[in-house]
Design a protein around this ligand. Structure first.
Ligand SMILES: C[S@@+](CC[C@H](N)C(=O)[O-])C[C@H]1O[C@@H](n2cnc3c(N)ncnc32)[C@H](O)[C@@H]1O
Length: 297
């Protein structure tokens, strides 16, 4: 893992995240439910690291190279832990390492002591900064460490390597290391030299819109989004895709992607929307629709 920080220069982004943001332990965006509809084979991919689950679900689709970026240092740590845990632990141990200390329908309930015993099996495979962080977490949280919150748990059943042992073993068989850079995507897009076939921006554009709206800076939204999509466009290979995620049904609510429509026109890109439908057994008859947006060169 490369830490792009210099001294006290903590990264900040208009997305509202910074270098010290809390990491996601489990994915809360689910583009991997439709990853197989996209052409990853032999492609170079630039992707937001997040909890690492989106990336683990990409590996069987055989991209040539994955470069994962995250502004949050601890998100990079979680990615490192997750790949080592998948490599060296059994399915039950893997699930338990990222399980909470309370009863829940999807992951085992685990005590701090039980989790510590599992962690010790992979500790020596982890880098020093990750071990130091976990030592701090273990000391400061009496109930446990590395555990997801309820929002993350509500959809844990969707994540194949947490939900099903056969899927876990399948994904494990494709496991390979990927580059992890602790940088804001805005900075990474300026500094990286290579170009990419697919660039997954997650819902960072959505967060930028939301945080500027909260500050009554609606008039700055288009310029800020233009910057991130424009930089992505410059790093995109011919025939490539910029991917973004929306937490709503953008086909039914086009206002969710108002700026993306404008930006695609300005950049001369074709915009396509793919709905992602899912539910959770925790909410009776639930049906959610999120959207994966594709801008194609
Ligand atoms: C965009 S967040 C959203 C996660 C999830 N989709 C949700 O909303 O619940 C996913 C990841 O993006 C990272 N992130 C946010 N802004 C970023 C930026 N400007 N550059 C790089 N990573 C960023 C966060 O640290 C986090 O790990």
């Amino acid at each position: 893992m490369t830490n792009g920080s210099k001294g006290k220069d903590l990264f900040k982004s208009k997305s509202g995240f910074s270098q010290t943001s809390k990491p996601y332990i489990l994915a809360t965006d689910f583009p991997f439910l439709i990853w197989s509809k996209l052409p990853w084979r032999n492609k170079q991919v630039l992707i937001i690291a997040d909890s690492g689950d989106n990336i683990l679900n990409l590996l069987s689709l055989k991209p040539k190279q994955i470069v994962a970026i995250d502004i949050a240092l601890k998100a990079c740590f979680v990615n490192e832990i997750k790949t080592k845990a998948m490599q060296y632990l059994s399915f039950q141990e893997f699930r338990s390492l990222f399980a909470p200390p309370f009863s829940n329908p999807f992951l085992p309930k685990i005590t701090k002591e039980e989790k510590l015993a599992i962690y010790l099996k992979i500790k020596h495979f982890l880098s020093l900064p990750v071990r130091n962080w976990l030592a701090e977490e273990i000391n400061s949280h009496p109930k446990g460490f590395l555990f997801p919150n309820w929002r993350e748990l509500t959809f844990a059943h969707l994540i194949p390597h947490f939900a099903d042992e056969r899927q876990f073993e399948r994904i494990k068989s494709f496991l390979k290391p990927y580059s992890l850079l602790n940088l804001p995507i805005e900075k990474a897009l300026k500094e990286l030299e290579e170009n990419y076939d697919l660039i997954y921006l997650s819902n960072i554009p959505e967060y930028i819109k939301q945080s500027l709206k909260e500050q009554d800076k609606d008039s700055e939204i288009l310029d800020n989004l233009m910057e991130i999509y424009g930089l992505s466009f410059q790093k995109l290979k011919r025939g490539g895709y910029i991917l973004f995620y929306s937490f709503g049904d953008a086909l039914k609510c086009p206002e969710l992607i108002l700026e993306e429509n404008q930006i695609a026109k300005i950049l001369g890109l074709k915009l396509r929307l793919m709905p992602i439908k899912f539910s959770t057994p925790l909410i009776k008859d639930s049906c959610f629709v999120h959207t994966l947006g594709l801008m194609a060169k």
